[in-house]
Design a binder for this molecule. Structure first.
Ligand code: HEC
Length: 220
């Protein structure tokens, strides 16, 4: 019985521990500690991403309507503030920048970022955004701590100058947090399911225990 109780505990807690670990990964200077429950951060991140990144990067596996639903942003606000390219709430978050031109400008086309926190990690994205430093030998005057000879210009240069360090970090955190959500939107759902499963296991424990007592009471 004891073993069973321990097993329930261990397997019940493991998925949660796994979650925390999955959010890390790699060896990067900054760790954002992403948090999908922080809705305000995700909403700010969405707005920052659309304003600063979507000139070059798409999120083509993501639809505006879904983002609005998940983050609790009403449809009219999504259309007004997030969706500048089309009028359709159901359309994908694509961009109009032709890939060939992008290739000419930057030497490499900016990748779609829907899954960037998966093929890399939130730590990588956060460190990348905080990692631009001046380097006169580069075409745009900047290089990056975690992406040597990066083709992306330091598009947050002005933001970094105008905000104090804490505010800038918060903004980069919000973008990272948003991209983390974009890469794994079902995670919110999964975490809720995990709690139900635990509850169910705990309930199951009671009849299982009583039944065991009943069966074994005459065995000596
Ligand atoms: C002016 C165009 C432009 C803008 C605006 C821009 N990027 Fe980029 N980005 C690029 C290019 C080009 C690359 C590819 C760099 C390379 O491969 O050398 C890139 C690469 C990246 C990468 C690395 C992907 C990888 O595979 O390692 C991340 C992460 C990224 N951008 C995030 C952002 C975020 C977040 C923003 C908004 C704050 C942003 N970018 C704004 C052009 C841009």
């Amino acid at each position: 019985m004891k073993t069973f109780a321990i097993a329930v505990l261990v397997f019940g807690i493991l998925p949660f521990a796994g979650n925390v670990q999955a959010a890390g990964g790699g060896d990067y200077p900054h760790s954002p500690g992403v948090n999908m429950q922080d809705r305000a951060s995700l909403q700010r991140g969405a707005a920052l991403f659309v304003d600063n990144c979507m000139g070059c990067h798409s999120l083509e596996y993501k639809r505006y309507g879904r983002v609005g639903e998940d983050l609790g942003i009403p449809e009219d606000l999504v259309l007004e503030h997030l969706n500048f390219t089309t009028e359709e709430i159901g359309s994908r978050m694509e961009i109009g920048f032709p890939e060939d031109d992008a290739q000419d400008f930057f030497g490499v086309a900016p990748p779609d970022l829907t899954n960037v926190t998966r093929w890399e990690s939130p730590d990588y994205v956060y460190s990348f955004l905080l990692g631009f430093y001046e380097d006169e030998s580069r075409p745009f005057g900047y290089n990056n701590e975690v992406f040597d000879n990066v083709g992306m210009p330091h598009v947050m240069e002005r933001m970094e100058r105008e905000l104090d360090e804490e505010e800038f970090r918060q903004a980069m955190f919000d973008i990272t947090n948003f991209l983390y959500y974009v890469g794994d939107p079902v995670k919110l759902e999964r975490e809720r399911m995990g709690a139900y499963v635990l509850f169910f296991l705990a309930l199951l424990f009671i009849p299982a225990y009583l039944l065991k007592k009943e069966y074994w009471k005459d065995v000596h």
